[in-house]
Structure formats: C-alpha cells, structure tokens
Design a protein around this ligand. Sequence first.
Ligand SMILES: [Fe+2]
Length: 246
Amino acid sequence: MFNLFKKKEQLPQTDFSAVKADMHSHLIPGIDDGAPNLEASILLLQKMQALAFEKVITTPHIMADYYRNTPEIILSGLDKLREEAIKQQLTIKIDAAAEYYLDETFVSKLQKQKLLTLGQDYLLFELSFVNYPQNLFDVIFEIQAKGYKPVLAHPERYPYFAGEMENYSRIKNAGCLLQLNTISLTGHYGKNVQKTAEDLVDHYLVDFIGTDMHHPGHAQLLQKALTLPYVHRLATDYQLLNPLLA
Ligand SMILES: [Fe+2]
C-alpha cells in the first residue's frame, strides 16, 4: 500500500564551508555585467560570506566586444573592493583573476601578456553560447604551452556539446579542467543544462564548482541549491579542486 504521508528524505543542513574558495564571480564594481557599484559588490560579498565561503576569487569578463578589461583595471577594482570590505568588517578573503572569452584577441593576449590566473596557474576561459569554436583544441594546447592550466567555465551551458559526455571527456583528455556552475543544478538555465550538469557530476568530470554570482538572485538560488542531493554531494563528498585555492 502506498503511503501518502511517506516522509521525504531529509538532507542534513550544509553550506559551502568544505568547498572553501569560490573561483567564478562578477563582484568588481561597474566593469562587467555583475555588480554595478560598490554597494552592490559589498552586498554580494556578504552573501558569499553567509554561504560560508572562506575566500572568493572574483573573475570579471575580459571580452573584446563588450568588456575590454585589462589586468590593471581589474586589480585596481580589487583594491577598492578590499578597502571597502575592511570598512564593512567583512572577513571573507578576496582575490581576483578573470574569465577570458575565447575570441580573436584571446590567443594574441596569450602570446603577448601575462594573464590573470586563479592561484598560481589556473586560467579560466569561456566560449560562445552559440557557435562551436573550431580552434578549441588548439587553444587548449596553446594555454598549456604557455604554462597555464586551462579551466573551462560552465561547460554544461554550451548547447553544441548538448549533454554528450564524450565531448567533455575529449576536453578533459586534452588537459582542460571543467568548472560547473552550481546553480545549473537548480534548473536556472533550463532543463537541458540541468541534466547535463547532473551527468557531469555523475561521471566525475567536474573539477571546480563556481557560483558565477552576478546579482543577489544568484545567492538565493545557491541557498536553495544546497537542499538538492547533487549540490549536497558536491559540497560535502566530491573531489573538487576548489579547496586548493583557499
Ligand atoms: Fe561568468
């Protein structure tokens, strides 16, 4: 006999304390599509601290068409943010790197400049959401040839990889690490993205998780995400590299 009142399995309450460091967010004021001003940045930092992150490495977009950020712009924004965080008595540690968009300028930047990295040598980059980048594997090779470790941002969100785990294994086998957006597991970007995200977790293809925090709505989703078995597992029992960046 089925039981209408069967108790739903309850997960013990958790937070992101075991993950320690978040490594993908847009918290520097006014330089991309994340926090528009310092007040908004501080609010987002408070939310990150409340989610129990010990440290954030925030990653403004660097994109030739929309956000022509440079290491100087990002690092001077970081100084302002740190200064205000101290005034507001926040204890969370703050660092900055970048989310590099694979456009025609990226390879030349890679050749000519020192790029911003997560920790010593992890380089976060993202792809077009529309067109498959024909040079993807060349770029992955080139990034490594320059001494960086490539980390692909939110692989679950690129429709041309469309849930085929084989595509992701090929990328990993080329030496590129994968960073899942935690809120992809809530269905925030649609059911297909959610399913791909779940498959990536199940196949142990995820190396880092990131909040990709742009605004307070994302913080709410992260809080909600912690009640999901997939996120619970990532936050408590999964071999993530995030803690290495703390
Ligand atoms: Fe991002």
